[in-house]
Ligand binder design. Structure first.
Ligand SMILES: [Zn+2]
Length: 390
């Protein structure tokens, strides 16, 4: 089956002639006027149509700059090996005040080497002209379809953002890894810094805190990418499909006696889910969310919810006597839930089977069409004993 993945490629405008630089500048500035309410700003007509959307979607503050939205049918990027000035050129739609109408200019751009393959024959959708540190960039949004396998040998279940950024466990033998505690450390470090700065001079402090915020989010984002890379590499080793706990809805915490969404405060959960899904799909691997409701308080071994979390980081089952690492238990439940409740298969008995050669996980349906699931938690995985692949 196929999945669509989206990558943003940042290309830099360079060597602009004075005339082209003025036209870019003028278009950008007219766009700012328009999104802040000036109905008479002269813009390329397709670009002008976008201003209303920006206004209603973002309701931008007066003192902010908004990237110019470039409609995909008005832009083109081309590779010209023979030109002296640049090997990549971008066709940018602008309003031409001399001719008093829309026009297009070809501007030289630099494309990061690692991204050049993305621009060859991918579908480019609506993109943005951005002004940053005195330079012009276009953020090209490239969409492409990638093939993901529908047969796997194992399930890698991922529980995100409890104590660690992610805890991953294989369904077949419960081999578990803990990934990237850094986010919490980064968060705490900056929290302390902000506190100490806040006590100093207020105005200067505000500026420093803003800069800290940028640095913090870059550090965190880098860490999320690292963890996602680790998870995908781990899944690849065993040819496993990735499933992760989806926090749709809040969990009821018996210990606390209230509904909690503490995970969301600890780390950018949605961002992590997006990065992981993206990297997994690029690796030709399916990556599916599983409702993680109740997975932390359920015993992975016997399914009982008569459990206790009295000891920090442990879960104890009052019915079967399990005493296990709480995160490992949660991840195991996510893996089990992905497979579905009523499937008789070696893998569905988590941890019981280590030596079942050729056991395969098969995704239901073809062409990305999932069959209706039996239960809301079932994400459409079936297990079968296949013959070993040649
Ligand atoms: Zn139990």
């Amino acid at each position: 089956m196929h999945r669509e993945v989206t990558t943003t490629v940042r290309v830099k405008l360079h060597s602009l002639t004075e005339r082209k630089a003025q036209l870019v500048e003028r278009e950008y500035s007219a766009f700012q006027d328009a999104v802040h309410g000036d109905d008479d700003a002269n813009l390329y007509s397709a670009t002008n149509q976008q201003t209303g959307k920006v206004r209603s979607n973002k309701n931008p503050r007066e003192d902010t700059k908004q990237p110019v939205v470039l409609r995909n049918d008005c832009i083109t990027i081309e590779h010209e090996e023979d030109t002296v000035l640049s090997s990549w050129w971008f066709k940018l739609p602008v309003y031409n005040p001399e001719r008093e109408q829309g026009d297009s200019i070809w501007v030289p751009v630099r494309v990061p080497e690692k991204d050049t393959h993305l621009l060859e024959d991918e579908y480019i959708s609506d993109s943005e002209l951005v002004h940053q540190d005195g330079e012009w960039y276009v953020h090209l949004v490239c969409k492409r379809s990638v093939a993901v396998a529908d047969e796997y040998d194992d399930v890698l279940a991922v529980d995100m953002g409890a104590k660690w950024i992610a805890v991953s466990t294989f369904l077949s033998d419960r081999d578990t890894e803990f990934h990237g505690a850094e986010v919490r450390r980064v968060r705490e470090h900056y929290k302390q810094l902000r506190k100490s700065i806040g006590k100093a001079k207020v105005r200067q402090g505000a500026q420093v805190i803003e800069r800290l915020g940028d640095k913090e989010s870059r550090t965190v984002e880098h860490e999320l990418h690292q963890v996602a890379n680790e998870l995908v590499a781990r899944a690849r080793e065993r040819n496993a499909v990735i499933v992760f706990g989806d926090m749709a809805g809040l969990r009821f915490d018996n210990d606390e006696g209230r509904y909690v969404n503490d995970k969301i405060h600890k780390m950018p959960y949605a961002k992590m889910a997006n990065i992981l899904t993206y990297k997994s799909h690029l690796d030709g691997r399916e990556c599916l969310p599983v409702n993680e409701y109740d997975t932390s308080m359920t015993c992975w071994r016997c399914g009982s919810q008569n459990t206790s979390r009295e000891v920090q980081g442990r879960v104890e089952c009052c019915d079967c006597g399990l005493d296990d690492n709480a995160d490992k238990n949660g991840a195991s439940n996510i893996g089990k839930r992905a497979v579905g409740k009523n499937i008789q298969s070696p893998l569905s008995t988590v941890g019981a089977v280590v030596t079942q050669p050729g056991t395969q996980v098969v995704l239901k349906g073809t062409n990305g069409e999932m069959e209706p699931a039996n239960s809301p938690e079932d994400v459409g995985l079936t297990l079968s004993e296949g013959s070993p692949r040649v």
